[in-house]
Ligand binder design. Structure first.
Ligand SMILES: [Zn+2]
Length: 89
């Protein structure tokens, strides 16, 4: 097993696995952001509205294990954007 992120590993067969529950996430060549469960929260969750502003154009997209809900990653992006960075790009 090789750690990709704190809660994400890739096994010898090239399968991404959630570290806490060991459930398979999918093939490593696809990238976890295309495989994980996602949910969006407003920027004001991560910082005060004074800093984040009142715009709803941007969100904090959370990537999590579909089996146990453990969080893999969070990124800020425009509400309707695809993930900004692909694991394999
Ligand atoms: Zn899990």
């Amino acid at each position: 097993m090789t750690y990709v992120l704190e809660n994400l590993q890739v096994d010898g067969a090239g399968t991404l696995r959630c570290t806490p529950c060991t459930a398979p996430v999918g093939p490593a060549e696809v990238g976890y952001r295309d495989l994980a469960g996602t949910f969006d929260l407003p920027l004001s969750v991560g910082q005060s509205e004074m800093i984040a502003g009142k715009s709803s154009a941007y969100v904090l997209r959370h990537y999590a294990c579909r089996s146990c809900g453990s969080l893999f990653d969070v990124e800020m992006l425009a509400r309707d954007d695809a993930p900004a960075l692909r694991q394999n790009s």
